[in-house]
Ligand binder design. Sequence first.
Ligand code: C6P
Length: 420
Amino acid sequence: MPQILEKPALELESIRRDFPALNQRVHGQPLVYFDNAATSQKPRAVIDAISRYYECDNSNVHRGIHELSRRATEGYEAARKRVAQFIGAGSAHEIVFTRGTTEAVNLIASAWGDANVKSGDTILLTEMEHHSNIVPWQLLAKRTGAKLVYVPVTGDDGMLDLDALDRLLTREVKLFAFTHVSNTLGTINPVRRLCAQARELGIATFVDAAQSAGHMPVDVGEIGCDFLAFSGHKICGPTGIGVLFGRQELLEAMEPYQGGGDMISRVDFQESRWNVVPHKFEAGTPDIAGAIGLHAALDYLDRVGRERILAHDLDLAAYAYEKLAALGNIRLFGPRPETGLHSGLISFLLPEVHAHDVITLADRHGIALRGGHHCTQPLMRKLGVASTARASFYFYNTREEIDRFLETIAEIRTFFARQV
Ligand code: C6P
């Protein structure tokens, strides 16, 4: 269970002033942005860091010997060090910049998977994975003849069936890949326990931290994983930049993912030698501005405090969950909030209203929600639904915004009740 520390409440007014996009009207109403699981808004500090880079330092990295290239390289590599510190990695060599979580999973499925997984092996996933933590493994299974096996989800309460895990985690399993926090159910999984159990059998672990990094303290040493990935854009950083953490010895043993400039130490007409890690996995010009923007985002998040962000997320989720439950005749997904295992997003269904109608009508009230399968189609089928509506919160959201959202949901129900 995540530890909730008693810390002073967040200075919400001052925090909200840092996010220009929050201060606008949508369809004549003050914006309520509850689509943070898809992507977060960006604070001024991040926007400024990117502008400053393009205005003053724009150049290519690791290549030129002129002042601007030196500054760009310094900014890019400082971002890598900051990421390592942010997630408790042993060294910046363990941090590979990718386009996002999706690319990180593909990288490991190819570069690690092709060398380590063979016909008859098992890749263990869970039923609550996002497509980006399913499809790359399916491609690997197709290439190698490996089997995909899934740890079941218990039902609408969204927990992993840990008894089934005990049976499924066998010596045939080569890799266990799972999400830290479900983007559909909000479940916070016991990542430390899952990694420890896998490690006892010598099974490699991949943690999808897309919905947890930036929402709670995430420390790869404490978690005990081999690989972990997240996206910058979901944690106040820009789109186009993400992070893959890999234990150095594993990264060193892997073949490259893509070929091109920067990932080599020497190229001959017939063959090449690879650069050291992490550069071996970063072919071509990277997203320099993205890394610099991400650095500013991590600084911003740590100024707010990740323990306080977690406490705020949990508080908002519990508040919204209880009030929605009190409306009655509503289907709510994910663990009950008193478990402390329901992160800051709520998936729900009004029995008589399609999720897309909820989203469309909420949008008319200036409230940004998300409806659909949330890129978890297998989970949706398991739950017997085509889609859910989802409200996802971040540290700049308020209880007052949740009250407006609840009033809107109540209005939507009344509106549809009149139609039938
Ligand atoms: N989820 C949502 O829920 P990218 O697109 O690479 O930045 O992140 C992919 C991804 C991977 N894992 C989890 C648990 C995720 O939630 C996501 C992205 C978004 O709205 C888009 S479907």
